[in-house]
Design a protein around this ligand. Structure first.
Ligand code: ATP
Ligand code: MG
Length: 413
C-alpha cells in the first residue's frame, strides 16, 4: 500500500449492485455509508460519500490506511476496498498518479484496469488504459501483461473525479447490517450460536443477543464468554446489544413440577418465550438459534418442532444444514472459536436430566408443562433481564471519551 503524498489518499469502496433499484438503492447505500463511518471511528476525520455506485472515503490519514482496510473487511455489503489517490480527471493526471504509485515497487509486469461511470467522459476505458499503461512502461520499463499481471493499476472516472489505486482488497460481501430487519439471537456461549448470529448479520440483519445463565448454580463463565463473543461480533456488526437473563428460577420451577425427560425441551421453550418478549420490546422480526439438525438430542426434527411451538414468531436456524466440522471452520474464520471452546461451568449435573426425550410431540410437551404458569414464569424471567451495549475493541480508542458499558434498560417494553 504505497502512498504518494502529493495526492490526497482515498478509499474507493465497491459493492455488488444486483437487485438494487430506485429507493431500495438509496436505502442500501445510506446504511452502508453509516456502517463504514462506524468502522472508521477514531481513525481521523474520515467522511464517506456516495458516488455513482461506489462509496468514497476521504480524510483517513495515510498512516491509518492499513487499519482502515482491515476494519472495512468486516463491513458487510462491501465487495472490494481500494486505497489509492484522487486526481483531476485528465489522462495526464491519471498517468502521473499511476507512475507515482508504482514508483519504487518491484514491477515484473502490470495491467491497467480502467472504468468510467460517465459514458460522456471523452475517452473510453480502453483509451484511458492505453495512455496510463504507456506512461508506466515509459517510466519503469515494465511489460504489460493483461492476463496475469504482477501488479494491477485501477483507474476510475466518476463525477468528474478520477481515482487511481494499485491494491484492491476483498470485502466480506453480503448485505449491510441494518437492511434486513432485526433478529433476536438465542446466544449460548457455545460454538454454534455466534456463527448463526454472524450468518444473519451477513444477510443484513441487525441482531440483539440474549444469553441465559443458571447462576448461582453455575459460575459466571458462560456470561463472561457471551460478553467476549459479543465483542468479537461487534467488529462485524457495530455496537451490539447483549441481554443477560438469569434462567435459574424458571429452571427450578421446571425441575420441581415437570417430568425429568422433558426438562431440556422445557428450558428451551422458556428461552423462546423470554426471547420473544425481548423481540417484541425491540420490534424484532425473528428469533435465531444455532440449531443444527440432529446434532444433539434437543435437535431432532421432532424436538425442534416441539420447542418451536412455544413461540408464534418466525424462528430462523441458519445452521440447520451444517455439519459440526463446517460450523467449527466458520467459527475459526470469524474469530469466535477460541473463546467458544473455553471451559464453562454449565451446572449440567444439577440441572440436566438423566434421561432425555428425543422424540417429543407438541401434545407431550404441553402436557408436561401443564402444571406451570409458563406465561407468568416467562414474564418474571424477562423482568430480570439486563441489557448491555457491547462495542468493538477499538471503539473507545483515541479521540472518543469512554461511555459506560453497562446500561441496564431492556425490560419492560
Ligand atoms: P451452541 O454451540 O450454540 O451452544 P449447541 O450445539 O451446544 O449450540 P444446544 O446447547 O443444544 O446446542 O443449543 C441449541 C441452541 O439453543 C443454541 O445454538 C442457542 O441458539 C440456544 N441456546 C442453548 N443454550 C442457550 C443459552 N444458555 N442461552 C441462549 N441460548 C441458548
Ligand atoms: Mg450449547
Amino acid at each position: 500500500m504505497t502512498q504518494n503524498h502529493s495526492f490526497p489518499p482515498i478509499l474507493v469502496l465497491h459493492y455488488h449492485e444486483v437487485g438494487l433499484k430506485g429507493k431500495n438503492r438509496a436505502f442500501f447505500e445510506r446504511i452502508l455509508a453509516r456502517n463504514v463511518n462506524r468502522a472508521l471511528r477514531g481513525l481521523g476525520p474520515a467522511t464517506t460519500r456516495r458516488l455513482r455506485g461506489r462509496l468514497l472515503v476521504e480524510g483517513v490519514p495515510a498512516s491509518a490506511l492499513p487499519q482502515a482496510v482491515a476494519r472495512l473487511q468486516k463491513v458487510f455489503g462491501l465487495a472490494t476496498i481500494s486505497p489509492g489517490v484522487e486526481v483531476p480527471p485528465t489522462l495526464e493526471a491519471m498517468a502521473r498518479a499511476a507512475v507515482a504509485l508504482v514508483d519504487g515497487e518491484r514491477l515484473p509486469s502490470f495491467a491497467v484496469r480502467a472504468r468510467r461511470a460517465e459514458k460522456h467522459y471523452p475517452f473510453t476505458s480502453q483509451e484511458i488504459g492505453q495512455v496510463v499503461g504507456a506512461a508506466v512502461v515509459e517510466a519503469t520499463g515494465a511489460p504489460v501483461n493483461l492476463r496475469r499481471p504482477h501488479v494491477e493499476i485501477f483507474v476510475e472516472v466518476a463525477n468528474e473525479r478520477a481515482f487511481v489505486s494499485t491494491s484492491r482488497f476483498r470485502g466480506p460481501g453480503g448485505l449491510p447490517v441494518g437492511t434486513s430487519g432485526v433478529g433476536v439471537v438465542l446466544f449460548s456461549a457455545g460454538i454454534d450460536s455466534p456463527v448463526a448470529a454472524w450468518r444473519m448479520m451477513k444477510r443484513g440483519m441487525e441482531v440483539v443477543l440474549v444469553h441465559f445463565h443458571s447462576q448461582p448454580f453455575a459460575d459466571r463463565s458462560s456470561e463472561d464468554k457471551s460478553r467476549r463473543l459479543a465483542a468479537i461480533l461487534a467488529e462485524w456488526h457495530g455496537p451490539i446489544e447483549l441481554v443477560i437473563v438469569p434462567l435459574i428460577d424458571a429452571q427450578q420451577a421446571i425441575i420441581a413440577y415437570t417430568p425429568e425427560p422433558y426438562r431440556t425441551l422445557l428450558y428451551r421453550r422458556m428461552m423462546f418465550r423470554v426471547a420473544e418478549r425481548v423481540a417484541r420490546a425491540r420490534r424484532a422480526h425473528a428469533l435465531i438459534t444455532g440449531d443444527s439438525l440432529g446434532q444433539v438430542a434437543s435437535q431432532t426434527i421432532e424436538n425442534l418442532t416441539a420447542v418451536t411451538e412455544a413461540t408464534s414468531m418466525l424462528v430462523l436456524r441458519p445452521l440447520v444444514g451444517y455439519d459440526k466440522s463446517e460450523i467449527i471452520a466458520e467459527a475459526q474464520r470469524i474469530g469466535t472459536y477460541e473463546v467458544s471452546i473455553l471451559p464453562q461451568d454449565d451446572a449440567c449435573t444439577l440441572l440436566d436430566p438423566r434421561r432425555v426425550e428425543t422424540r417429543a410431540t407438541v401434545e407431550a410437551v404441553r402436557h408436561a408443562e401443564a402444571g406451570l404458569d409458563v406465561e407468568a414464569l416467562a414474564d418474571a424471567t424477562f423482568a430480570q433481564a439486563l441489557s448491555e451495549r457491547i462495542v468493538p475493541p477499538w471503539w473507545h480508542v483515541q479521540t472518543e471519551t469512554p461511555r459506560p458499558e453497562k446500561e441496564p434498560s431492556c425490560p419492560p417494553s
